[in-house]
Design a binder for this molecule. Structure first.
Ligand code: SF4
Length: 381
């Protein structure tokens, strides 16, 4: 059993089929010299942008630097209008570097909103296999109301710029997803949705494409039926291929100009999964293919405490808001023992900088994560 799950390096393998403009870093540097581009930023923001640009300079000169713009970020930048690129750089720096350096400002770099905790799959590596959690009558199961979703969007707009719609369940289970996407349209620099693709249909594909979602991630871990269905229990391989192909066809037919990024991403769970097979098979359908490292999510509360003392970087990277408004620092703790409050009662910064959150960070920073359950037996750093 490996000992540490480095969240920062959780992508094991990736391929990018969309071309990245090789002059993009240079273009970003030119934007910084343009008075019109920078006048809207505060001194605090400019300081971070300058640090990010200076690190990019080092990157171009092959020198060691804190912040490197990787291909996935460059691909995202290419989807943005010019007047949003420096904003992206500011928020990307916060997302990449603040968790490394354990810096908090008023808002989380990323928020994950959970449209549904219910899932139609029972993947072998997922906490959905914990029946006490996923049973139909469990208090953990439900879908977010449109009203609560709108309240959250109103609270985070102009404060948080990276938003992912996904956490413990399958987002497309939520029947209001189309209205949710429409309410979020063009409010964030990056709006991502993760789905197992089994429930995609013409209607929700148009919902995703017409509302300018930035990235859609199709979760699939194999390139053949046997392996796929062994890992993604209850999934039907042919159906998933058909749906992802439908997504591609609708995009090409009706949304040619739409700059959405599509990715197939799998969890590397068994040695039978080969990235070359994934890459060869899925490249026909999407822009990117990836394997992420497996973390034993499915038994967070049964594992023995380990001896990891390094702080968990997710405490400085992202915050989760679940279908019923509960706010949690992560989804490894899928039963919310680390509950921070309910978003209905607080502003985002009040929770992000709350005494409870700060105490949790303090314990981690002081090598006392062993005092906290389930952090004591978790591998994430
Ligand atoms: S359980 Fe604790 S250590 Fe693990 S991801 Fe959550 S906050 Fe981090």
């Amino acid at each position: 059993m490996k000992k540490v799950y480095k969240k920062k390096d959780s992508f094991l393998e990736r391929s990018f089929l969309n071309t990245v403009d090789s002059n993009l870093i240079k273009k970003i540097q030119d934007l910084r010299s343009n008075e019109n581009q920078i006048k809207k930023f505060s001194n605090y923001e400019l300081k971070i942008i300058d640090k990010a640009i200076s690190d990019c300079d080092d990157q171009l000169l092959n020198k060691k630097s804190d912040f490197n713009i990787k291909n996935n970020s460059l691909a995202e930048i290419q989807t943005l209008p010019e007047n949003k690129i420096l904003d992206y750089l500011f928020h990307r720096y916060r997302y990449e570097i603040f968790p490394d350096k354990k810096i908090t400002d008023n808002y989380p770099p990323l928020i994950q909103i959970e449209p549904s905790s219910v899932c139609n799959y029972r993947c072998v590596f997922c906490f959905m296999t914990d029946k006490k959690f996923s049973h139909k009558k469990s208090s953990h199961m439900g879908t977010m109301s449109l009203d609560l979703y709108k309240e959250i969007i109103d609270k985070i707009e102009d404060k948080v710029q990276f938003v992912t719609l996904a956490s413990r369940g399958e987002p497309l289970v939520n029947k209001n997803l189309g209205q949710m996407l429409s309410y979020s349209k063009d409010k964030f620099l990056s709006l991502k949705i993760n789905t197992n693709a089994s429930l995609l249909n013409e209607t929700n594909i148009h919902d995703i494409l017409s509302n300018n979602v930035s990235t859609v991630v199709f979760s699939a871990d194999a390139a053949d039926k046997n392996l796929y269905e062994k890992l993604r229990v209850r999934g039907k391989f042919e159906k998933v291929i058909k749906n992802i192909k439908l997504f591609k066809d609708i995009k090409e037919k009706h949304y040619r100009e739409q700059k959405i990024i599509t990715r197939v991403s799998g969890v590397k769970f068994s040695k039978d999964q080969k990235f070359t097979d994934m890459d060869n098979f899925w490249r026909e359908y999407v822009d990117q293919i990836a394997f992420v490292d497996y973390n034993p999510w499915e038994n967070s509360y049964e594992k023995a405490p380990n001896n990891i003392s390094e702080a968990c970087s997710d405490l400085w990277r992202r915050m989760f808001i679940w279908w019923d408004g509960k706010v949690n620092p992560c989804d490894v703790d899928y039963k919310s023992e680390l509950l921070l409050g309910n978003i209905r009662n607080y502003k985002i910064n009040e929770i992000w900088r709350s005494e409870k959150y700060e105490l949790l960070r303090f314990k981690h920073l002081n090598k006392n994560r062993q005092q906290v359950k389930p952090c004591a037996s978790c591998y994430v750093t």
